[in-house]
Design a binder for this molecule. Structure first.
Ligand code: FA5
Length: 335
């Protein structure tokens, strides 16, 4: 009997050693300790032993039963804890993505615009968003009583300082500091008391371009804007100039690109004209050169301005300017 008990004990331990699933442990429990289990049957046989043997084998078998139960419980606990650790380290689970920032569409388009002008030899300059009347208007040949001021309904900070209504004052600031030749672009925020609608906002952005040298012609202006149009919207893009008026350029023009949607045939986006108006441009007025003490006989130059939101709306097919400023992540995450 002793040998049999020893044999059962060894078999139990060797079987339990290789088990990794709790359901297999349950099978072992039933096999040894269940109602018809090996150990249970042996315990039943104790009653037929002699009175001397009964307590000896009864004790041996009961000890073995307790050891087996303890071992099974320990194995279950150990399997569960291994499982828990595995879950903690399960690198196959999808991680929690950290929220990283992304660029605003207006930043993206500004970068693209800048890259194109860098390629054409322009460098970036900046100017203040709070301007004096002098830089915003007077130095740009727009005296106090000039009707062109009416189009720039402004936000005044003091009686002489205002939020700039366009990026053109940067032209003056650059020319005051630098002598020709110069080729610069200035981009940034502008402010006008315009009522908000799908294409107007009281805060918007412009890019300004200025080139001054000897022998700069209107042809240079056309060439630069044409290259810009083709690089930004594709080689098939055409450019159109029509006479316009700005106090600081003479002659002045408004320029448009052929519609990127219908390629000039006419559609809803271009209001069936085939053209998308982009901005204003012209040859720098000699009166402006006089303000910065440039020799008007020696130098000529061109300047242009464009609304960044307008370009972004065309490029990204956005139909309402307000989308840029509402901070709606469902919109912003698409870029
Ligand atoms: C000007 O601001 C001139 N400074 C442009 C210029 C520069 C002409 C150099 C000649 C030489 P204009 O007012 O047309 O021009 O504005 C230019 C562009 O700014 C417009 O075509 C439009 O795209 C954008 N813009 C103007 N006002 C708003 C507004 N309230 N909301 C959104 N975009 C605007």
């Amino acid at each position: 009997m002793k040998a049999k008990i020893k044999e059962i004990e060894e078999k139990f331990h060797s079987e339990i050693k290789n088990i990794s699933l709790p359901e297999h442990l349950e099978e072992i429990r039933v096999k040894y300790l269940g109602r018809k289990g090996i150990l249970t049957s042996l315990l039943k046989q104790v009653s037929i032993l002699s009175n001397d043997e009964k307590p000896v084998f009864g004790k041996l078998l009961n000890n073995l039963k307790t050891n087996m139960s303890t071992r099974i419980s320990e194995e279950i606990a150990s399997i569960k804890s291994v499982k828990r650790t595995e879950v903690k380290l399960d690198i196959s689970l999808p991680g929690i993505k950290p929220l990283i920032g992304f660029k605003h569409p207006l930043t993206l388009i500004t970068q693209e615009i800048k890259e194109i002008f860098f390629g054409l030899g322009f460098e970036t300059v900046t100017g203040p968003e709070i301007e004096t009347e002098y830089y915003n208007f007077e130095a740009l040949n727009t005296p106090e009583d000039h009707p062109a001021r009416d189009e720039h309904d402004s936000f005044y900070i003091t009686s002489k300082d205002l939020l700039r209504t366009h990026t053109s004052p940067v032209q003056i600031r650059v020319m005051e500091k630098q002598k020709p030749p110069l080729r610069v672009i200035a981009h940034g925020r502008c402010f006008r008391r315009d009522a908000t609608d799908a294409t107007h906002s009281p805060i918007f952005h412009q890019v300004e371009g200025l080139a001054v040298d000897t022998n700069i012609t209107f042809g240079d202006l056309k060439g630069v804007l044409e290259v810009f149009a083709k690089q930004l919207f594709g080689r098939q893009t055409k450019i159109r100039f029509r006479p316009d008026f700005f106090p600081f350029t003479e002659p002045s023009a408004e320029y448009a690109f052929s519609c990127v949607n219908c390629k000039g045939k006419g559609c809803r986006i271009c209001k069936n004209t085939g053209w998308l108006e982009i901005g204003g441009a012209g040859m720098v007025d000699p009166e402006v050169f006089k303000m910065v003490h440039y020799d008007t006989e020696k130098y000529s130059g061109f300047a242009f301005g464009m609304g960044i939101e307008r370009i972004a709306m065309i490029k990204y097919h956005i139909h309402d300017i307000r989308m840029f400023f509402e901070n709606d992540l469902r919109f912003l995450r698409q870029f």
